[in-house]
Write a protein that binds this ligand. Structure first.
Ligand SMILES: NC(=O)c1ccc[n+]([C@@H]2O[C@H](COP(=O)([O-])OP(=O)(O)OC[C@H]3O[C@@H](n4cnc5c(N)ncnc54)[C@H](OP(=O)(O)O)[C@@H]3O)[C@@H](O)[C@H]2O)c1
Length: 317
């Protein structure tokens, strides 16, 4: 059977790279857009067998070029998302205007499927600009392409993430680690491959649900996540609750950095539990396998953050 072609925006990120591997293994060709082929080309090239991946360099603000890409597409997955704003890369452009434009093209070019990555908990977080922009983007998509599938995952982890890997680096460096809201915010971390295999299944099985929430099998507070990571990297640290007024002040300073560790908007978002809402179908309502357990998976790469790195005795192959 002639392979279908899936156009992916945001393909070089954590979820994108995993998704390329999963789709191409299932005989689906991928066209991946990146802003910088010199920086991201080599990461992308190694994700698929020859002939299964086309890499295109371009800007999401070049509307003509973006439109052209839809000519040869059967499917489209949008993974572009940001956590902080910088110039034209603001929440409105990235989370609202861009999805609005490509969902319109998906409809004009009669694509079979349009899948968009949103986030869990965005309906509750009314004071977060990030969350509200994601919500507005979802509405624009569903207006333009009523068969769209919107995926709302909890936090996603893997060896390629900016979550467990960044936390383990910080926990390695800081003897005292600040925690916000006493570390009580709840998460349901989901393993990246479980999520991307499910996206592939949504395509293959032609699942038509508009909104699907995705959560891993374990509910953990932020403090419990840090405690698990500390056990895995064999370190003892003081987890110190930080008053929120002080956290806001430090976030103002972080916002001056090119890649802030935390922003005030993220601080507001962190107030809300990141768990299934019960209002929409979730991965548990479909035949997706999202059963990977946090400690078991992170144990496969956390040895790199132990004192003896790859020579550590507890390395698991
Ligand atoms: N990771 C999580 O825990 C998590 C949780 C909930 C929801 N999500 C959502 O899932 C999606 C993918 O997440 P991820 O973790 O894979 O993200 P990621 O690793 O940060 O990758 C983001 C991708 O977006 C692209 N991008 C960012 N700004 C862009 C711009 N101005 N123009 C063009 N491309 C741009 C980057 O592509 P280039 O640099 O190659 O151009 C990169 O490939 C996002 O929408 C995110 O909000 C993620």
């Amino acid at each position: 059977m002639k392979p279908k072609n899936c156009l992916i925006f945001g393909a070089s990120g954590q979820i994108g790279r995993n998704l390329i591997r999963s789709l191409t293994k299932n005989n689906i060709k991928v066209t991946a857009l990146t802003r910088n082929v010199h920086q991201k080309g080599y990461i992308l090239k190694t994700q698929a067998n020859p002939g299964y991946l086309e890499i295109v360099e371009g800007s999401i603000f070049d509307h003509e070029k973006i439109k052209e890409l839809f000519n040869n597409a059967d499917l489209c997955v949008n993974l572009i998302g940001i956590l902080f704003e910088k110039g034209k890369n603001n929440f409105n452009n990235i989370h609202v205007e861009f999805p609005k434009m490509i969902s319109r093209y998906a409809s004009t070019y009669k694509l079979e499927k349009f899948i968009h990555l949103s986030a869990l908990g965005i309906e509750d977080a009314k004071d977060s600009i990030y969350a509200q922009s994601k919500l507005k983007g979802e509405k624009e998509i569903l207006n333009n392409f009523n068969k769209a599938v919107i995926i709302r995952p909890s936090i996603v982890y893997s060896v390629d993430d900016k979550f467990t890997t960044q936390l383990m680096t910080l926990l390695g460096l800081l003897p005292i680690f600040p925690i916000y809201y006493n570390g009580k915010t709840k998460f349901r971390p989901i393993f990246c491959s479980d999520l991307t295999n499910s996206i592939t299944k949504i395509i293959i099985d032609d699942i038509k649900e508009n909104i699907i929430e995705f959560a891993g099998p374990e509910e953990m507070s932020f403090k419990e996540i840090l405690e698990k990571l500390l056990i895995l990297i064999e370190k003892k640290r003081v987890l110190l609750p930080m008053p929120i007024s002080l956290a806001r002040m430090t976030a103002h300073f972080f916002e001056l950095l090119p890649k802030p560790l935390i922003t005030n908007d993220q601080l507001r978002l962190l107030k809300y539990d990141n768990v299934l809402s019960g209002k929409y179908k979730s991965n548990n309502d479909f035949e997706f396998d999202c059963s990977s357990r946090f400690e078991e998976i992170v144990n496969k790469y956390s040895y790199m953050w132990k004192n003896e790195g790859e020579y550590s005795k507890k390395r698991v192959n």
